[in-house]
Design a binder for this molecule. Sequence first.
Ligand code: OAD
Length: 256
Amino acid sequence: MTASDRDAIERVAAAVAAARSITALTGAGVSSASGVPTFRGEDGLWKKVRVETLATREAFENDPRLVWEWYDWRRSLIRNAQPNAAHHVLAAWTRTRGATLITQNVDGLHERAGAERLIRLHGSIWHVRCWNRCHAGRADWLDDRVPMGALPPRCPHCGGMVRPSVVWFGEPLDQSLLDRARAAAACDVFLTVGTSSVVYPAAGLIPDAKAAGALVVEINPDATGTSHMADLTLRMSAADALTQINEHLTSSKATC
Ligand code: OAD
């Protein structure tokens, strides 16, 4: 670690210690140390398959079984993954510092690490809902079977197909979640962790935070679409950076 990395870690720790409100926006990079592939990295999911064939309404209409096979594979991979240090530190901050977590991840690893105050912008891979939005199956429900069984799974209410309760490309986000996320972006310290910041509206929370006067901290080994907005940048893995920031916080209680 360079002297400037050490300096940045100390400055982030001091800012977190002094902050009245902390918000973190997370993306796939947070889960990569748990063995869950990112979307746009070298081994990213979108390097192997085209988004349009798997993560759109049209894809599901064309071939629901193929789409479900992909989700079934991802669910089995995630089921065997464990939250890593980045999930644990962020979860601890939600409990002890009142931090809000906004995640684009659908894997449920923040929840498994015990995160509170979590806004899941892109849904959950563990929830499903009726494709037909039948009267009885209007809301989504938990179905965490791995493997799912016969594909596509069927709605227990109307017998139609069910779909993963995630946001696909071209679909709007839940407006009430987006409103909550935008409100949380107006904070003292806003961390953007493990996201390429190219997918909107989530990436728009970073300029929102900046405009609201937050100190914006980017944690990512690589540059992103919003790196130029960061006040402090940590070019390292989420697990390393958050562990080190947390060690500073716990070892220098006087400044907390
Ligand atoms: P991406 O795959 O676009 O970006 C992952 C980011 O994590 C990259 O910027 C990497 O440099 C970084 N990264 C990789 N390993 C890391 C590590 N150990 N620590 C920290 N950062 C690391 O994933 P997202 O930005 O989450 O949307 O993608 C946003 C959305 O696009 C996803 O929610 C998904 C996807 O298509 C939907 O499915 C709607």
